[in-house]
Design a protein around this ligand. Structure first.
Ligand SMILES: [Mn+2]
Length: 378
């Protein structure tokens, strides 16, 4: 295998965007026994990773940090991130945060906490791809935090690029699982990495993984096991329970599409449904097809006074979902953010209807782009 050839073109690819100096330490993927037992090795720097629990991209990013550094890790979500930052072991010499965006409601506290680690001599790396205003980027960088941010790429891809010198070539697959499942495999790096592998193989493995994890709750220890197995370069189909869970999820989804159609409602350009599914993003996506609208919104009552909301749109919608929902959620006492066509937020249960009205108003004033392809389609 032409290792050097492949590596150098990967490097050129990453350096288009930023120049990186990965931490020098023994690649941990070579010590799979260590990874499975989860015992930190005393001869490596003590790295700790906090990454997004919610999807393949966040879990993939965590597995890449673990593979490269032997890090211990926590899988977190937006509402638990601040508390989880307080759980980082005090002897941590390198902290890596992946795929967890912040918004105006949490940015200052987030920066303050990361700056606290940096001031104690801990190397802090923040890898993210959610929409981030320029002033937030500047504020983070000023505090001695290494910011790896590119909204065109997924977090797994950015993590792969950050640690690639400590990763085996097989780790590219993990970067691609994140890219495929985050709809970012047509990105500058995603496209070029995909050309070096069998696309159908990567798609099949990505789908097994995303369906399997959609089947289990965010709090499930299975998600931690998956991260460890991926970090040992196990393929999704080789990980125990992944194929069975993925099949079970496929069966459930086939009936879910009908259920969404029955229980959802269309309101102008958007369709909305209340769901109990773990994967609210998936439900939001199904709404778009079921009601033939450019925006699907699903929400789940978390039982603690809050609702988790997922939003998905087609390119016909003119608003940036991440930016719009970040502002609306903040005004309603919640928080949120995300990408152009995929976003999420958390709002008090009592504010869900207000949020929907607010969004409908915004869409009403921005309108949709005429999409000629739609006119020719059934
Ligand atoms: Mn992501």
């Amino acid at each position: 295998m032409d290792v050097h050839g492949s590596r150098s073109s990967d490097s050129a690819l990453a350096e288009d965007i930023w120049s990186l100096a990965p931490p020098t330490m023994l690649p941990a993927y070579k010590k799979s026994g260590l990874l499975i037992s989860g015992v930190a090795d005393s001869d490596t720097l003590s790295t700790f990773c906090i990454s997004h629990v919610k999807d393949v991209d966040g879990m993939g990013a965590a597995s890449l940090v673990v593979a490269a550094t032997g890090a211990d890790f926590l899988l977190s979500d937006y509402e638990t991130l601040m508390d989880d930052l307080d759980r980082v072991p005090s002897d941590t010499s390198s902290l890596v945060i992946c795929d967890l965006g912040t918004d105006d409601s949490t940015l200052q506290e987030f920066i303050k906490k990361l700056a606290g680690f940096a001031s104690r001599g801990c190397n802090v790396t923040y890898i993210d791809h959610h929409y981030m205003p320029a002033q937030a980027r500047r504020a983070i960088s000023k505090k001695g935090i290494r910011l790896v941010h590119d909204a065109r790429e997924c977090a797994s891809m950015l993590t792969y690029a950050t640690f690639r010198d400590s990763l085996p070539l097989d780790a590219r697959n993990i970067a691609l699982y994140g890219a495929v499942t985050d709809y970012m495999d047509a990105s500058p790096m995603g496209r070029r990495l995909m050309e070096k592998t069998d696309r159908h193989f990567v798609l099949a493995e990505s789908m097994l993984l995303s369906h399997a994890i959609a089947r289990v709750d965010s709090g499930s220890s299975f998600r931690r096991i998956v991260v460890r197995e991926l970090s040992a370069m196990r393929l999704p189909h080789e990980i125990e329970r992944v194929p069975d869970l993925a099949l079970a999820q496929l069966r459930a989804e086939a009936t879910l599409a009908n259920k969404v159609k029955r229980t959802g409602r269309k309101d102008g350009l958007l369709a909305v449904v209340k769901t109990t599914e773990n994967s609210t993003g998936n439900v939001a996506k199904l709404l778009i097809g079921a009601f033939d609208v450019p925006l699907g919104i699903s929400y789940r009552d978390k039982g603690d006074g809050w609702c988790e909301v997922s939003l998905r749109s087609t390119s016909a919608l003119r608003i940036h979902l991440g930016k719009s929902i970040s502002k609306i959620a903040l005004r309603l006492g919640g928080n949120g953010g995300g990408h152009m066509k995929a976003a999420g937020c958390r709002v008090p249960r009592s504010k869900v209807q207000e949020m929907l009205r607010e969004l409908a108003k915004q869409i009403g004033s921005s309108g949709t782009s005429p999409d000629r392809r739609d006119e020719d389609m059934p």
